[in-house]
Structure formats: C-alpha cells, structure tokens
Design a protein around this ligand. Structure first.
Ligand code: DMJ
Length: 582
C-alpha cells in the first residue's frame, strides 16, 4: 500500500483521532508535512553530489566541507621542513593503509641527516657567472612549468606546439605526471608558488583509482619516486599517504610463479601481463630491477615489510641465477626464472638495474653488502665484455648479443658516466682511480656525441663502426627528446672532481636547448640533431622537468644542495634519503 494509506490506517487505531472529520484532516496535514520534509531532505542531500564548483553547494554547505586547499605562506613552508607529524596525521595514514605508521617519525628521520638538505643558502654559488647560469636554468623551469600549467594542467605532458595536453598510455589512467615529476625540482629551486599549486593539485585532483594499463616501471620511478621525494623534502603527510596508497596498487604485478613482476599492470583490477614486444612473455631487467630504492622506502614509511620482501626476492633470484660471462641479459621469464634472450646493454632495457645496485648500497648507508658485491662483479663483466675503445680513442659501452658486439651506444647509456663515478670510492682500493678515469672517459665520449652534431645536442644512439665515431648513422637514431643522461653525468662528475669543464659542457647544453628546443609555449624534442632547420616533436617530456633541469640546476649549485652524504637520486632524479639507524 502507498505510504499515505498505510499511515491513515495507523492513525485510525490511535485513541482521540477519529477516522473522519478533524482527525482525518489532521493526519492528511501530517502526511503532507512529512512528504514536504522528505522532499527538502532529498534536495539538500543532492547537493553533495554536485561538482565542487557549483555555487549552490558553496552557499548551502559549510565552508570546511568544500573549501579549496589554501597554499601555506612561504614561512609556513619553511616551518613544515622541520615540522613533525601530528598525532591525527599519523592516525589518518595508519587507518588508510592498514599498516602502522608509528614506526616512522619525520622528526627522527631529519635528525639522522648529516647535513642541511638545502644547504646554507639553497646551494647558491658564490661565483657570479655560475649563479647567473643557475638563474637561467630556474627561468627555464618556470617557463616549462608555466606553459604546462597554462595549456596542459592535469594532463601528463605538455604538447608545446599545439598548446594542449598529452595523456598517453604509460601511466594506466593516472594523470599529472609532469606535476608529480616537478614537485621536488620546484621545491629545491625555491619556486614556491608553483610548488604550492602542484601540491594543491595532488591534494584535490590526484586520483589513484584509475583503471588502466600502466607500466609498473614508469609509475614507480615517476609517481612513487616523485611522491616519496616530495614527502622526504617537505614532511607533508599527503605525499607519504599517496605514495603508499599507490605502492599497494602495484603489488599484484608480483603475483607470478617466481615473484618477478610483469611489466604491465591494470591499476584497478590488479591484472598484470608482459609487454607484447618482449620475447616469450618475458620481463625486462631495467624494469623489474628498478624498484628497489622506492620499495625499500615504502616499507620504511608504512612499516609494512611487503614492499621490501618483493624487491629482496628479485635480488635473491638475480644473485643466484647463472649469468653468461657474468653478464645480466635484458629478458627474463617471470614464470621459469630463466633468461629468455642473451641481449645485454647498459643502455635501454638494462641501464637502471645496474644503477639501482650501487645506489641500493649507498642508500643503505653502505650496509647492503649483496648489492655492493653484485654491482662490482657486474662492473668487472661489463669491463671485460662491453667497454671498448674506438679507433679515434673514445671509450664507449657496446651492446652484446649472444657474444657478438654491436658497436652502438644509446643516449640512455650515457648515465653510466655518473654511475661509475659515484661507485668509484667503494671499489677495490686498486681500482678506485681506474673507475673514476673510466667514468670521465665515458662522460667525455657522450659529450663528443653532442659536439659532433650540428645542434650540439646528442642523438638517441651513436655508433662506432663503418667509420663513425660517436655519431648516429641511421636516420631513426637522430632524434633528441630532452633526455637527461649526458647532463646527469656532467653533474656527478662535477661533484666528484670539480673540474670546471663539466660546468662548461652543461652550459653548452643549456644554450643548445634554448636555441633548438625552446618554442613559444614550452620546450620540445627535435627529430634530427644534425640539421639546423629543426623539426620539433611537439612533446615536453615530464623527465625534462624532473631530471634534465634538476641536474642542470644542481650542476650550477654548491654541493651542499642535496648533499650526497644524505641523498641518492632515483632513476628519475627524485632524491631519496640514505636511511640510517638513529
Ligand atoms: C627517464 O624516465 C629515466 O631516466 C629512465 O631511467 C630512463 N629514461 C628516462 C629519461 O631518458
């Protein structure tokens, strides 16, 4: 029966209220009032489902419920650098992730740092010319950021020629890659308005409940790495809880017979699979080997051992497995745990696995002996099999295909100058100078790949055969997409040697970027580094903001900005602290 009929039946039974006359009219009025109040409640409730921007909502709902996040003042930011977490902040994080965050104290962490993170004066160099160069890099960052904000806000990258945003399919529906990748760069450069805009976006718009196919590697190095760095630099609870929340979503990728994760994961369903192009359903060395730094920190922050267990399992398998000539091939089956193809490279597909071995050792405060041993043993094999000298005297890293050398070096492999440099000090005493020399030689070769081009920017890959010496011989290798690796090595070599040539080389790169990659609305990659009439690729990569510009800024800063005694950089240049027992 309709509600009204049911009610009049109830009233009929009430003493003093007859079924006719006054009694009936009263009950009708009551039903009408009840209906009216129900309607008002419904309308009011509907306000909650309106978008935040609708005015009615702001009028009727109290401010605290929909208030936009206000940016903290500059002084508050400075304070927040040393602010310990409040009890309620800790509780929120713990409730959300089911793991206690009691174990991690930001205040305690800060006490373990040996030096001030931003140095005495934000790393400002005393030399006026160097400072001018640093200011130029900061201006480039602001220009890249402003244009991203204007034309592509919330999208993954800026398309600077068409002045719109790019989403792509690498991040499984996650948005704002350029924002997450920029947080720490903006912060260390002191671009605080921009940093606060980025933080506000994370707070209000970073939606981790996406349902697309993501690259486990890319999400880890850019999003997890970017959020972790932002947390360790600022102490903002928001970044920590987002990092752990996202980390949790990556875990199903490890559900394979060996625990070696697959390359692609659906962040919503947790289903994972291998890249279609990877032979026989294999996983890629540089992908499953580039999780260690971030996952160890996820365990530190969440007090949940699972992250560290996952990467230690990968480590164990790689340590145990037989390696051809001591080398690590790029493809491994996540089902059998065997190598699938004998292709070895210090560039693409292999690169950051080696980087994470030495950095795991350094980040553990030099306690992770397994990582150390694996790194230096791998270096021996690399030197014995891949390091070559060209007829013109250039040292380079060749690629290895089942014993046959391909005399090609990718731009990506140019990070190895910096890697070998930072590893020099902990090598066997008789090899330390040798490693430093090797690092300098590789960095020199990569610089040559820049100077031998018309634009003074380096190609994607350069060769040392058929008369070529550090130049691209194929049309398809001639592009430059704002990659950081060569500049990254300049930065490390500068800090290790203070040879002024590295700053000069960095400045050459700044001038070339300004001349060929800067367009009206941002920075763009170019299709051919050997022609002065450049054709732009219309893409401002997020790693240009997180890596290329950050490394340039550090190159022109004093060493006390993000001191190496306390920080290591993940492969996307996000600084992570060395963890020490208090
Ligand atoms: C970055 O995303 C990282 O440096 C990664 O390790 C390799 N490729 C790009 C930059 O070239």
């Amino acid at each position: 029966a309709p509600v009204g009929v049911k009610l009049s039946m109830v009233f009929r039974k009430l003493p003093g209220v007859s079924a006719s006359g006054m009694g009936l009219r009263l009950s009708q009025k009551f039903v009408f009032l009840l209906f009216l109040s129900g309607l008002v409640t419904l309308c009011f409730g509907a306000l909650f489902f309106l978008p935040d921007s609708v005015r009615l909502k702001r009028i009727f709902l109290s401010k605290t419920e929909v208030q936009a996040v206000t940016r903290p003042a500059q002084e508050d930011m400075a304070l927040s650098r040393s602010k310990p977490e409040s009890a309620s902040e800790k509780a929120t994080s713990a409730d959300h992730h089911g793991a206690s965050s009691d174990a991690f104290s930001f205040k305690k962490f800060q006490k373990c740092l040996l030096k001030a993170t931003l140095g005495t004066d934000g790393g400002r160099p005393a030399d006026p010319q160097t400072n001018e160069r640093r200011e130029k890099v900061k201006e480039m960052m602001k220009f890249a950021w402003d244009n991203y904000k204007r034309y592509a806000w919330g999208k993954n990258e800026l398309r600077p020629l068409t002045k719109n945003g790019h989403i792509g399919n690498m991040f499984g529906g996650l948005r704002g890659a350029s924002i997450i990748d920029s947080l720490d760069t903006l912060y260390i450069m002191g671009l605080m308005d921009e940093y606060n805009d980025a933080k506000e976006w994370v707070q209000t718009s970073l939606d981790l409940n996406s349902n697309g196919e993501a690259s486990l590697f890319e999400v880890n190095i850019r999003y997890v790495g970017g959020l972790l760095s932002a947390y360790y630099l600022t102490g903002e609870e928001l970044f920590k809880s987002k990092a752990v929340e996202l980390g949790e979503k990556l875990l199903p990728a490890f559900s394979t017979p060996t625990g070696i994760p697959r390359g692609v994961i659906n962040l919503g369903s947790g289903t994972s699979w291998s890249w279609g192009w990877a032979s026989a359903g294999s996983s890629i060395l540089a992908e499953f080997g580039t999780l260690h730094l971030e996952f160890v920190h996820l365990t530190e922050l969440s007090n949940n051992p699972i992250y560290k267990e996952k990467v230690m399992n990968i480590r164990k398998l790689l340590n145990k497995i037989e390696k051809p000539h001591g080398l690590y091939p790029n493809f491994l089956s996540p089902v059998s745990g065997n190598w699938v193809q004998h292709h070895v490279s210090i560039g693409g597909l292999g690169d950051s696995f080696y980087e994470y071995l030495i950095k795991s050792y350094l980040m553990s405060d030099k306690k992770d002996e397994d990582a150390k041993k694996m790194y230096y043993t791998a270096m021996e094999a690399i030197e014995a099999n891949l390091v070559q000298k060209s007829p013109g005297g250039l040292t380079y890293m060749a690629e290895w295909r089942g014993g046959i050398l391909d005399h090609k070096m990718g731009h990506l492999a140019c990070f190895s100058g910096g890697m070998i440099g930072i590893g020099a000090d902990d090598g066997a005493p008789e090899k330390r100078q040798h490693y430093l020399d090797l690092a300098a030689e590789i960095t020199h070769t990569c610089h040559e790949s820049y100077t031998r081009s018309t634009t003074k920017l380096g190609p994607e890959a350069f060769r040392f055969d058929s008369g070529a010496e550090a130049t691209a011989t194929r049309l398809s290798d001639r592009y430059y997409i704002l990659r950081p690796e060569v500049i990254e090595s300049y930065m490390y070599m500068w800090r290790l040697t203070h040879d002024p040539k590295y700053r000069d080389w960095g400045w050459e790169a700044v001038e070339a970027l300004e001349q060929h990659c800067r367009v009206e609305s941002g920075f763009s990659g170019i299709r051919d580094v050997y022609t002065m009439t450049v054709s732009h690729d219309n893409m401002q990569q997020s790693f240009f903001l997180s890596e290329t510009l950050k490394y340039l800024y550090l190159l022109f800063s004093d060493d006390d900005l993000l001191p190496f005694e306390d920080w290591v950089f993940n492969t996307e240049a996000h600084p992570l602290p060395i963890y020490r027992d208090s």
